[in-house]
Design a protein around this ligand. Structure first.
Ligand SMILES: [Zn+2]
Length: 387
């Protein structure tokens, strides 16, 4: 967890953390210690979809693999590192799987932090600090490519209710191509609403707000709006989102979003991702760029970041810890900037910032580059405008 220090500095401004089960199992002490020390809201995403994908065998040598197979009780389903097949999950098998995954989320953080808690107690002379329960429980889920996965996900929500008193949030993982089919989306969202979870996470696979065209962003926006209408007061949180989702949240189309610090604003489940490349978050463009590109287009710009990390430093000289701290500063600042603005004002601001960055640059080449790096801003505005 190289983000620890950056998150620490802003702990009061963050609602909570979503920890992937495979991250928790890879960095057990660091992750559980961080949660206990900060006493922050947390959710453990069981990442069960990984065991349903063809590429799971590529992960079978990883540290987390054996641990999760064991804790989820799926040794007999993962034969020689192969994926789970839906036909293997008859009702009693699914019931057991759901029970294990629920128990895992309820207990794992508490069990792993036991050692840290006793140490704190030893030094302070006080009883060991209590750890909060997770903010919510996510029943097992697989990426919805067909009705089969949908049925398993819905059954899992129903079954999970037997095993926990903690609020249950259904995670709706929609295969990218399905967002073009309104009828299918309606079936999916209706089924989830009928399952009556206490809240929902949504994830359109490999949906990248920086790369999508306005019309596609509009599909996603409409999906969030229609789902939000159906669930009323219950929370709808985007599991992987960027500033576009932040904007939608200010308008009440979403109740929030999750992302990594400088990473994970989208996730393609079919590709095992490596470590994030070293990049700089350009706040007025709301995107990451290479250090070279960021240095070039922000050179001598009033739009250069003035946060305590960036002030007086060359972007090209910044190391990973500072880049991460800057991302935290910039993401929180850009959110706070629009909290009280109307949608009209937000669109105006997006356009003005981009136009200003272009016009104050005297070099044609750089103007063209900023225009290229800012193409998504025009797409966002298109998607936000259309009702
Ligand atoms: Zn900065």
């Amino acid at each position: 967890m190289r983000e620890r220090e950056a998150i620490n500095e802003h702990i009061d401004e963050i609602f909570g953390l979503v920890i992937d089960a495979h991250v928790l199992e890879t960095f057990q002490n660091a992750t559980s210690g961080f949660i206990i020390n900060n006493n922050i809201n947390y959710v453990v995403d069981p990442n069960t979809y990984r065991f349903y994908l063809d590429n799971i065998y590529e992960c079978s040598s990883k540290r987390w693999f054996e641990r999760l197979v064991d804790l989820f009780g799926i040794e007999d389903l993962i034969i020689e590192g192969n994926k789970i097949y839906s036909y293997e999950l008859d009702s009693s098998r699914l019931d057991k799987f759901v029970q294990n995954v629920v128990k895992y989320q309820e207990r794992r953080m508490i069990d792993l932090s036991g050692e840290t808690r006793s140490l704190i107690s030893l030094f302070s002379g006080e009883p060991p600090p209590k750890l909060k329960k997770p903010y919510c429980i996510i029943p097992p889920y697989f990426i919805i490519e067909s009705g089969e996965e949908l049925n398993i996900n819905i059954d899992s929500i129903e079954l999970a209710k037997k095993y926990t008193d903690i609020p249950i949030y259904g995670l709706i993982p929609i295969y990218y191509d399905l967002i073009f089919n309104n009828d299918i989306l309606n079936v999916i969202t209706n089924r989830y609403v009928e399952a009556n979870a206490d809240g929902y996470f949504i994830w359109i696979t490999d949906f990248n707000e920086i790369k999508e065209k306005g019309i596609i962003l509009k599909f996603a926006k409409d999906l969030y709006i229609s789902l939000k209408e159906k669930i009323g007061e219950k929370e709808l949180i985007n599991m992987f989102g960027g500033h576009f989702s932040t904007i939608l949240s200010t308008q009440g189309f979403l109740d929030g979003l999750v992302h990594g610090v400088g990473i994970s604003e989208s996730r393609d489940p079919y590709v095992e991702s490596g470590p994030a490349p070293t990049r700089y978050y350009v706040q007025p463009l709301h995107r990451m760029l290479s250090l070279e590109s960021a240095t070039d287009i922000l050179y001598n710009q009033p739009y250069r970041c003035r946060c305590p990390i960036c002030e007086g430093t060359q972007i090209s000289d910044m190391g990973v810890p500072d880049l991460i701290k800057h991302v935290m500063n910039a993401k929180l600042a850009e959110k706070n900037e629009i909290l009280d603005l109307s949608l009209e004002e937000i669109m105006q601001k997006l356009q003005n910032d981009l136009d200003q960055m272009i016009t104050i640059n005297r070099f044609d080449l750089l103007r063209r580059r900023i225009r290229n790096y800012g193409v998504h801003i025009n797409e966002w505005i298109k998607a936000l405008k259309e009702t």
